[in-house]
Design a protein around this ligand. Structure first.
Ligand code: PSU
Ligand code: MN
Length: 307
């Protein structure tokens, strides 16, 4: 009954980890709860291809029938992308899926836990969860933030999803000692948009500098995660002025329908997809690919070692 968790790895992931080659973890909630079929499957496979093209190995994380996987083959990704009743796993219910033999997709929080267990130090996603708008009454704050505060994995994102309260999310990250690094610009990006109107706490312009920062963090000891906020490419962005209208409208619908808890983020993403006639999905896929590319470069820079 007890003992360490067995992690099922693909041969590709197993070899890369044992040889110390760069590996990038990927979450699966974005596949099951973040995007509709079949765009979700295409995104998941394309992200893996981008990481391989950079010379790193992708490790998509999920719990399948109670077993933790780091690295999924194409057939399993395809099945997961179409499956119904997949759990959305965070720190609170990750072990439940293992003990009950369930199938669950990992959020940022659970993917960070799995990555650490597997010995993977870089993870690419779309946007992290954070402090929701109206959190002062709903108390809805993603477990992703506490995980960033405690688990030493570099999370490459396009910032916090713009449906959130970004200023409060930045405050909560600062409280937890999480460095937030905007990549290549001063401003904090806002997921679908390059600009948020907020200055990011830190800025770095290349993967080597991020690896150098990480090695100093390790040397200081007791470090949790780091958040890289990588702006969506210019040609793929949707301007913040346009997105803000859609976000306000989606938030109003969620409120009117009484959407709560784990359902909030998937509901808002789905609403925004309809309001933008699918454009938000195209942007979401573009930003994930962009994050995967940077994550692979950071993983490579970390394996080279820095002074
Ligand atoms: N990034 C995306 N789409 C998503 C998510 C991230 O582009 O669907 C998921 C992540 O798994 C993240 C989760 O951890 O949304 C946050 O959910 P919540 O707000 O319920 O903590
Ligand atoms: Mn929540």
């Amino acid at each position: 009954m007890t003992g360490p968790i067995t992690i099922e790895t693909t041969p590709e992931v197993k070899d890369a980890l044992s040889e110390g080659r760069p590996v990038v973890a990927l979450e699966s909630t974005i596949i099951t709860h973040g995007m509709p079929w079949p765009g979700n499957r295409d995104m998941a496979l394309e992200v893996e291809a981008v990481i391989r093209a950079e010379g790193a190995v992708p490790a998509t994380i999920a719990v399948i029938d109670g077993r933790l996987h780091a690295g999924l083959d194409e057939a399993t990704i395809t099945k997961l992308a179409q499956a119904k009743d997949v759990m959305k796993l965070s720190r609170a219910d990750f072990a439940f899926a293992l003990s009950e033999g369930r199938t669950g997709a990992t959020t940022v929080a659970a993917t960070m836990m799995a990555a650490k267990l597997a010995g993977i130090s870089v993870f690419a996603t779309g946007g992290i969860g954070g402090v929701h708008q109206g959190a002062e009454t709903s108390f809805d704050i993603s477990a992703d933030l506490d995980e960033l505060g405690r688990t030493p994995v570099i999370v490459v994102s396009a910032g916090a999803k713009a449906i959130l309260d970004i200023p409060k999310t930045l405050e909560a990250l600062e409280t937890r000692g999480v460095p937030v690094v905007a990549f290549g610009q001063d401003e904090m990006p806002a997921f679908w948009s390059r600009n948020s109107g907020l200055k990011a706490p830190l800025r770095l312009d290349d993967a080597t500098a991020i690896a150098r920062f990480e090695s100093k963090r390790r040397a200081l000891g007791g470090h949790g995660g780091m958040l890289i906020a990588n702006p969506v490419p210019l040609e793929d962005e949707i301007a913040a002025s346009e997105m803000n209208r859609h976000i306000a409208s989606a938030l109003a619908t969620a409120k009117a329908k009484g959407i709560e808890g784990k359902a909030v983020t998937p509901f808002l993403l789905g609403e925004i997809l309809n309001l933008t006639d699918g454009a938000s999905l195209k942007t979401n896929i573009a930003l994930v690919l962009n994050n995967a590319r940077l994550a692979a470069r950071i993983a490579a820079a970390l394996t080279l070692g820095t002074r």
